[in-house]
Design a protein around this ligand. Structure first.
Ligand code: HEC
Ligand SMILES: [Cu+2]
Length: 359
């Protein structure tokens, strides 16, 4: 006798479910791999979410492993029972079509599957609340460095009010030795729409919201450069609103502050370029301290050459990229809010020569 068509190892519903789970697993693996994505400006640098390097990032990492462990155990138990039931009670060839015995109501079962999940949720809630409290209510020590971060479409403004420094896109902070903690406390603001500050190895995400003041802190315990990005869709060039955090040794950080505090260098050899900068619209949008340029719409250019990248990590800060950027910002960052100023080649060269003295 030939076997009826529907008599397969697993009914169609179960096969669809396995397929769905496979797709889910594959896509979450892909998403995890995506978090290793590197910055277009520097392909060697990767941001590793599995290697936290500051207290808040470490706390969040440990909590996520704990939650993953608990939910993973639940997944294994439920999935094993499910597979067992699907296989053991599948429809067989000798099925007579009658209903199995119907069982209603079991107080002990009902209690068990209400109380156990309730307890699991309570444990997860308490563990999460503890981490939120430890991070958000950490008192700010007097040694802390304070930075005001302002999100703009599509770049970051960094102000160090106590140090008299203003810069953009590349945040410098001192390393925080656990013996002499020197964390950095950030005040997060927005000039236009919602943004989100996210440097995975240093802390979780915190949004920058118009008319609201948010806070976050980090105490990186390793020097180096850490990549981050805007994690809240904020417009066309959200994907090129990258972030770099340079964790400097205390000496390096002090040297950096000393240099950034100074007004722009004056160099007579590039006075032609400077005149172009100060007589075109550049000065309405950009500030160069010590000159008449005091625009606030775009990044402060006083020490432009101390930055490794241009336009929030869209390109490396090289002569060719800088020239291209001034000539046509759209070429590097379509939709950026800096207009092309349509300068002729001679003016463009003079202007770029001037910008390159802003060390
Ligand atoms: C309407 C305002 C506006 C004008 C005018 C303007 N810019 Fe910009 N500029 C911006 C904005 C906004 C950005 C940031 C773009 C981004 O990263 O998305 C920017 C970025 C830059 C950068 C990159 C800075 C960095 O730290 O990455 C340079 C350099 C620059 N502008 C130079 C100039 C020069 C030179 C002129 C004049 C020829 C000029 N800009 C005119 C708004 C302006
Ligand atoms: Cu943004």
């Amino acid at each position: 006798m030939s076997r009826p068509a529907e008599r397969k190892a697993f009914p169609a519903g179960a096969r669809r479910m396995f397929l769905g789970l496979g797709v889910m697993l594959a896509s979450s693996l892909l998403a995890a791999a995506g978090l290793y994505a590197d910055s277009s400006a520097s392909p060697r640098q990767v941001s590793n979410i599995f290697k936290p390097l500051s207290t808040p990032a470490g706390e969040i990492h440990r909590l996520s492993l704990f939650v993953l462990g608990v939910t993973g155990a639940i997944f294994v138990v439920v999935f094993s029972l499910l597979v067992y039931a699907v296989v053991k009670f599948r429809k067989r060839g000798d099925d007579d079509g009658s209903e199995p015995p119907q069982v209603y109501g079991s107080n002990s079962l009902e209690l068990a599957w209400t109380v156990i999940p309730g307890l699991i949720v309570l444990v997860l809630f308490l563990a999460t609340a503890r981490v939120i409290h430890a991070i958000q209510d950490a008192p700010q020590p007097p040694s802390a460095v304070e930075v005001t971060v302002i999100g703009h479409q599509f770049w970051w403004e960094f102000r160090y009010p106590a140090l008299g420094v203003v810069t953009a896109n590349e945040l410098h902070v001192p390393v925080s030795d656990p013996a002499h903690p020197r964390p950095t406390y950030l005040t997060l603001l927005s000039a236009d729409t919602d943004h989100s500050f996210w440097v995975p190895q240093l802390n979780g995400k915190t949004d920058l919201i118009p008319n609201r003041v948010n806070h976050m802190w980090m105490d990186p315990y390793q020097t180096g450069m850490f990549l981050g990005q805007c994690a809240q869709y904020c417009g066309t060039q959200h994907a090129k609103m990258l972030l770099r955090v340079y964790v400097d040794s205390p000496e390096e950080f002090d040297r950096w502050v000393e240099r950034e505090k100074k007004p722009a260098q004056m160099n007579d050899a590039v006075s032609a370029g400077r005149r172009i900068f100060e007589t075109t619209a550049c000065l309405n949008c950009h500030a160069v301290s010590g000159t008449v340029a005091n625009g606030l719409f775009g990044p402060d250019l006083t020490h432009l050459m101390s930055r490794e990248t241009l336009a929030s990590g869209a390109a490396l800060n090289t002569h060719a990229n800088l020239r291209l950027w001034i000539h046509d910002p759209e070429a590097l960052k379509p939709g950026s809010l800096m207009p092309a100023m349509n300068l002729n080649d001679q003016d463009l060269d003079a202007l770029v020569a001037y910008l390159e003295t802003l060390k």
